[in-house]
Design a protein around this ligand. Structure first.
Ligand code: BES
Ligand code: MN
Ligand code: ZN
Length: 542
């Protein structure tokens, strides 16, 4: 765990590990050279990303002579290959135990899709920094050389602030471990210093503190997702949400089962019927302190199934293994709101979270049951494992009517079909509004929490028609299952702009890689915070 972050002028203090960025300028492989030469002989040949490594010129992004000097002999004798993405540690005695040289890819004149290339580079930076930080098993003081940040920004066509954000975020994300139930916790305790004389201005320090907060929000979400289902039930989730609300000073209101019954939340109650622990519907509200000239409000809805057994349409054991994480949507919107509130972003944000388990028992809802939903629509239950959409349908109907938001975004581990479609790289995005979809996609690119937009054509609804009710809760075929689920939700949203994000495929990773850790991902926190902060900045400009 990184316990403290410092901003320091120079390396006088001494550190256990120092990270230094380098940049290898490589020439393209000779056949590429030939080809290009023939076509346009007079054009200067630019090196190409990903080409065979042939160090031509080589830069160390440091003003420290010592750090420059240490790598030189290794470059000369070629033990250091200077390939993009290479991590080269040198162990020494004295001021620093370890110096780690990290080679970034170089960006060239890529006019088309330049943003894409820059985002990719920033993500490589995240991965490399996180990898180095997570290799530090013992408690230590880590320093990152930022003495030539401006130059590095120029070289990579990005801003110093983006670099600082990436470095900080990656350090905190890469350092994450879920070890609270181990008798011998693994986590080492580190300090992180960003070092560079004039390089780290107060504005950049602010950027670092903000991205630390956002990474911590992600880590808190990962904690909730990783909690075993017998440790984090409905009541415990409410307790945790209440303490986050207190800390970040946003409002929290809870509807219990009795109130849900009174107000006819037929979907939530049906799913909850098999569980001993009552369902809860949380409403969290963050209001910016400053009154705005142009008021905007955003509604988040997050699926909070604390454990999904599938109900009577029970899941096979293998498929049940990760179902403690079926509350990832809930965790993500809760912690996004926590960060938004602490960052004091100037947009009103409300989060609505339905909480329950999906279990079996004498009272459990059945296949064939007829449900009367919050908005009066009727639903025939054809599969008790399609429970998420029932919870979300009630929550969306209730919250869009109660708050009439400018934008409504739901986040849910909704379908196995989304995992089949997109794997664990992209989350699925559905929206009835191109502007909202565009803004979310851009946030996805910037944060490397990528979204892939999927169709919402009316024809997909045909599969959801029932003979005895307005809708059935599961289509008769599994094909296009993530889309039919989205179509189902759309019947409950009222009129405004809405987006649905299916995070089933990205809720967890099988293995650790860089800032992505094996286990829960917290995917969506950084995305939603970026979205709200863009919205806040746009509002300010008006
Ligand atoms: N929570 C699951 C979806 C899920 C699957 C999330 C894998 C993460 C990883 C959801 O409640 C579910 O069971 N969906 C069913 C819907 C089907 C019955 C129409 C599914 O995908 O099989
Ligand atoms: Mn299910
Ligand atoms: Zn589920």
């Amino acid at each position: 765990m990184i316990e403290k972050i410092f901003f320091e002028k120079n390396f006088e203090k001494g550190y256990d590990a120092v990270l230094v960025f380098t940049n290898a300028v490589t020439r393209p492989a000779s056949n590429e050279l030939q080809l290009k030469k023939k076509k346009k002989p007079k054009v200067v040949i630019r090196p190409v990303l990903g080409s065979i490594a042939m160090p031509k010129s080589f830069q160390v992004f440091s003003n420290e002579k010592f750090l420059n000097d240490q790598i030189a002999p290794h470059v000369k004798d070629q033990s250091y290959q200077a390939k993009p993405g290479e991590i080269f540690p040198i162990y020494s005695e004295g001021l620093f135990r370890q110096i780690v040289y990290i080679t970034l890819p170089t960006l060239y004149n890529k006019k088309d899709g330049e943003n894409f290339v820059v985002n990719e580079l920033l993500n490589t930076l995240r991965e490399l920094v996180a990898t180095v930080i997570s290799q530090q098993k013992r408690s230590c003081n880590i320093a990152i050389d930022c003495s030539k940040l401006a130059f590095l920004a120029g070289q990579t066509k990005t801003t110093e602030a983006s670099l600082v954000r990436c470095i900080t975020e990656a350090s905190f994300l890469g350092d994450y471990r879920f070890d609270s139930y181990l008798s011998k916790p693994l986590a080492a305790r580190h300090t992180l210093s960003l070092v560079g004389a004039i390089a780290i201005t107060p504005a950049l320090q602010k950027a670092a503190r903000e991205s630390r907060l956002i990474a911590q929000a992600t880590n808190h979400a990962r904690d909730l997702e990783n909690e075993p289902p017998n440790c984090l039930g409905v009541a415990e989730f409410v307790a945790r949400a209440t303490s986050f609300a207190k800390q970040a000073k946003f409002k929290i209101k809870t509807l219990d089962t009795k109130q849900l019954r009174k107000q006819k939340f037929g979907g939530i109650l049906a799913v909850n019927a098999g569980s001993d622990e009552g369902a809860k519907l949380l409403t969290l509200e963050y209001k910016p302190a400053k009154p705005l000239s142009h008021k905007q409000s955003v509604l988040f809805v997050g699926k909070g199934v604390l454990f999904d057994s599938g109900g009577l349409s029970i899941k096979p054991s293998k498929a049940m293994e990760e179902m403690k994480m079926d509350m990832s949507g809930a965790a993500v919107v809760l912690l996004a709101l926590w960060a938004i509130s602490l960052l004091k972003l100037e947009v009103r944000v409300i989060a609505v979270i339905p909480l329950t388990e999906n279990l079996i028992g004498p009272q459990a809802y059945r296949v064939g049951d007829l449900l009367s939903m919050y908005n009066g629509k009727t639903v025939e239950v054809t599969n008790t494992d399609a429970e998420g959409r029932l919870l979300l349908a009630d929550s969306l109907a209730y919250a869009t009517a109660a708050f009439n938001p400018d934008y409504c975004i739901d986040v849910a581990t909704l379908t196995g079909a989304c995992v089949v479609a997109l794997g664990s790289e992209y989350a699925g995005l559905w929206s009835n509004n191109d502007k909202l979809a565009g803004m979310l996609s851009k946030s996805g690119e910037r944060t490397a929490e990528a979204l892939w937009r999927m169709p919402l054509d009316a024809a997909y609804l045909e599969d959801m028609r029932s003979k005895v009710a307005d809708l059935k809760n599961a289509a008769s075929t599994p094909y296009g299952g993530a889309i039919t689920a989205a179509k189902f939700l759309q019947q409950f949203i009222g009129k405004g702009a809405w987006a649905h994000i299916d995070i089933a495929g990205v809720m967890s990773y099988a293995a650790s890689k860089g800032y992505k850790k094996a286990g829960a991902s917290g995917f969506g926190v950084r995305l939603l915070v970026d979205f709200i902060s863009c919205l806040a900045n746009k509002t300010k400009e008006k």
